[in-house]
Design a protein around this ligand. Structure first.
Ligand code: PNS
Length: 165
């Protein structure tokens, strides 16, 4: 059984995240999308909302027989991976600029849990500039983000924007 976790903030999930999930499916029997519970960072969506959104989107992402589940976690990613019996941590790399931060994280996670490998997957070129932060900013300022985030995320962001007015 090859089990991986795909950790992140997912605030909100973007089409770049979905692309990484699709690409990781053929590599593993099971992937746990691990949504960080990070209330100190004042996320736009609560951890429950982020998990719920990803669960709703998942059927459109499914790729083969890989079982994909969603869980929230707090604390160290390495601890969560070990507790779930994962042998890999999946992370997406968009551009060279991601590499330094990702390398440091991967090496630290390996120091903490030497038997768990980080697997980097290259996101599709069309998502190389897509980040959750940029998507929130552009959307909140009235810019077009169609094709870059799932439609469900766009409508949930619209609801947030309306309730914040
Ligand atoms: O989507 P993000 O915000 O780039 O994800 C970053 C994440 C959640 C993977 C990273 O911040 C993380 O692993 N946080 C949990 C705390 C932890 O393990 N920190 C040490 C990382 S070496």
């Amino acid at each position: 059984m090859r089990r991986a976790i795909f950790p992140g903030s997912f605030d909100p999930p973007t089409n770049g995240h979905l692309d990484i999930i699709k690409r990781s499916c053929p590599l593993f029997d099971e992937i746990i999308i691990a949504v960080l519970n990070n209330p100190d960072k004042h996320p736009l969506f609560s951890v429950e909302e982020r998990c719920g959104i990803i669960r709703e989107i998942l059927p459109s992402v499914k790729n083969g027989d890989c079982k994909v589940t969603v869980e929230s976690f707090s604390g160290l990613t390495a601890d969560f991976a070990r507790e779930r019996g994962a042998t890999a941590i999946v992370r997406g790399i968009r551009a060279v600029s991601d590499y330094e931060y990702e390398l440091r994280m991967a090496l630290m996670n390996r120091k903490l849990e030497p038997q768990i490998e980080t697997v980097f997957l290259m996101a599709g070129e069309e998502y190389s500039y897509v980040s959750s932060t940029l998507m929130k900013q552009v959307f909140m300022l009235g810019g077009r983000v169609a094709g870059l985030i799932p439609e469900l995320v766009e409508s949930r962001m619209r609801e947030k924007l309306n309730t914040q007015k």
